[in-house]
Design a protein around this ligand. Structure first.
Ligand code: TXA
Ligand code: MG
Length: 315
């Protein structure tokens, strides 16, 4: 059952659960987040499972300070200016990912960039300081439902599916953080949110690029989706007998000839955790085709197959 946590002892318990790879809903000043250790691929996969999210979109990593965030991503130029002005607070910055970040590639959906945020709520800050590492956290609601601004909202929709809820009172801001992509030549607004655009523009001394988010692109055009990683090689799905020269990405037992196996034991959570790292690794090997074994289309298999179908779509 889902534990209800509060106060000093609740915080200690939340840290212990998160270290053990469990999911804990945590308060922030924007909305409650469904948190997991961002370095633990299976814990991150469990976030998608608990939310029933049919798609792997990249998640925001939460940190205690600018210094801690700078160990995960490269924060310089406009990103540094915005971080120094608005962190801690309802601002998320997308910046280049550090190779040695230790983040699960499921958090970034295999991208070379990472979304970072330092929340202002004192309880969130205390939790992140005690945890001493990055916490991946989307809003703590089932996929397609409204974002939760109280611990009760979280409990109503996710009870039984997550280890605990840390009660930090009602979220003050009530909407998600504003996201600014600082990984390109000029900062770009990806999502309006709790921090007004006017405040950002005043700090930058220039108007923000408002280009429509790339997520509006039709789903079957992965090559056009700049916010989604797609392998460079041709990807073929539902293969049980791969061609001799194909790189074979297997799932489950019975494939001794595989180049890589998403999960020898046929575990979807393990497969999700391995998906992006294995696609990347195979993409760098000699050969022109990645053949992928059938993946069951239930639970996390839906999100895995969604990602693979995009990777296999003609470009
Ligand atoms: O207020 C908030 O931001 C809440 C609280 C819990 O902190 N969190 C939240 O997280 O809304 P999430 O994971 O639902 O937001 C993820 C958003 C998605 O729209 C995703 O596309 C974008 O951030 N995002 C994450 N990483 C990205 C990246 N590397 N490049 C572009 N967009 C990214
Ligand atoms: Mg959400």
């Amino acid at each position: 059952m889902t534990e209800r946590l509060e106060g000093e002892s609740g915080l200690t318990r939340a840290v212990a659960l998160l270290r053990a790879g469990e999911l804990v809903a945590i308060p922030t000043e924007t909305v409650y987040g469904l948190a997991a250790d961002a370095r633990n691929g299976e814990a991150v996969a469990a976030i998608f499972e608990a939310k029933g999210r049919p798609r792997f979109n990249p998640l925001i990593s939460h940190l205690a300070s600018l210094e801690a965030a700078a160990e995960v991503g490269v924060i310089e130029g406009a990103a540094l200016e915005l971080a120094q002005t608005f962190w801690p607070g309802p601002l998320t910055l997308v910046v280049p990912l550090r190779a040695e970040s230790g983040l699960s590639s499921l958090v970034t959906a295999g991208l070379g960039t990472v979304a970072l945020r330092v929340p202002a709520l004192p309880l969130a800050h205390a939790l992140l300081t005690a945890f001493d590492g990055p916490l991946a956290a989307p809003s703590a609601n089932p996929s397609g439902k409204i974002s939760p601004s109280t611990a009760d909202h979280v409990a109503e929709s996710l009870a039984g599916r997550i280890a605990a809820v840390l009660d930090g009172g009602p979220a003050e801001v009530g909407v998600e953080s504003t996201i600014v992509d600082c990984s390109g030549p000029t900062p770009r607004l990806l999502r309006p949110g709790g921090l007004p655009v006017e405040a950002l523009e005043a700090a930058l001394g220039a108007p923000l690029n408002h280009e429509a988010p790339t997520n509006d692109t039709p789903p079957n055009a992965p090559g056009q989706l700049s916010s989604h990683y797609a392998p460079g090689k041709q990807v073929v799905l539902n293969v049980t007998k791969p061609a001799e020269d194909a790189l074979f990405l297997a799932f489950g037992p019975g494939y001794p000839q595989a180049s890589a196996n998403l999960s020898l034991g046929g575990d979807l959570r393990e497969a999700a955790a391995n998906l992006f790292a294995m696609l990347h690794a195979l993409d760098t090997q000699p050969g022109s085709v990645i053949a992928v074994a059938p993946i069951p289309n239930n639970g996390l298999g839906l999100a895995i197959n969604d990602r693979l179908t995009r990777a296999a779509a003609p470009r």
